[in-house]
Design a protein around this ligand. Sequence first.
Ligand code: PLP
Length: 403
Amino acid sequence: MTAFPLVDLAPLTTSRESDALLPVYKRAPMELVRGSGCVLFDADGRSYLDFVSGIAVNALGYDDPGVRAAMMKAMESGMLHVSNLYHTAPGARLARALVDRSFASMAFFCNSGAEANEGAFKFARRWARTLGGPEKHEIVALRGSFHGRLFASLAATDRPAYRAPFRPLAGGVTIAERSLDELDSLLDPETVAAVILEPVQGEGGVRVLDNALLQGIRELTRSRQIALIFDEIQCGLGRTGRLFAYERTGVTPDLLTLAKPLAGGLPMGAVLLGSQIAETIQAGDHATTFGGGPFVASIALHVVERLADPTLLGRVRAEGAWLGSQLDRMVGRGGAVRAARGVGYMWGIDVVEPAANVVARAREAGLLVCTAGDYTIRLLPPLIAGRPELERGLAILGDVLAS
Ligand code: PLP
């Protein structure tokens, strides 16, 4: 055994212990020390019902026995990482598990959502170049989008405050209105390589895109040989009550990106590729040191199997519909809630006061929720939450909104 100390999990005692962290996050004034199921505990012993799930990451909640067992099992090989210079079984099996359940023929693994989208952009451009040469490289994203904070994903993200300090952003990326007329005139087959969209926009206010809009975009992109990328980083892997959000739209994308819940809280992203695009990708076109390493892929394999379980998905659909009906009733009562939008376990409610105030009061009352814009509260319960947890969360939220 090592003579060096293991990590000290005791709560922080002085501000000096945390003031070396770059202050890019507005953190809530509490320190979390433990999680179990749908509940988190802070250093003062207070408990919180968690309807944030680590921003749609902790689909299986906290301290899940299956995830714990998968981690112990994965450790038996002694290999956390070996690089992609060699074959390892877990990544290959994970790719097979995702491909067999989707439209895709191949998968690429990376380490975050933004990275997955950057990878998808590269794959789309690679494919488009084989069809139309270097001119066919433009990426089009939609109003209200959030695709990440790296340069190309930021250029595809419709948040002026996130973009302005970092100009010039990556070129060749345009944001279009969510309108078929505008897209029809913008999608020039000679210059556009791909359209990227979130079937349910998350950060942009929890907006479920109309199936008719998605079908129209699919027709435009297919007829003009433009790749359609679905960013399912937040809405994928069970959150809508289907393993993949595209399954409820009647539209099949050419590329699909995943991250957040994929590896049960460990960092992992993925790009799923349809066969036409996958066939144009060659060795050396893209790479990342950690992508799909044996440890993280082993955990993801367990998580994907769990999230693909029809019983879990059926419950998310049924309970999610009930949750939506209760939120609609809040809207109907008038007052604090203006509108509710969402699907499955992904809901946004527009409130009349700054959403950050509601988030703070909910936290005080023992419920964690987050925002999706200045006046929208976002609810992302763990997918293991049942009716009792949803009822409790709604009761707290109702009291908080009435106070
Ligand atoms: N795409 C969507 C839809 C997201 O919600 C997010 C993160 O919130 C990202 C991309 C970026 O993911 P990451 O923070 O892992 O880079």
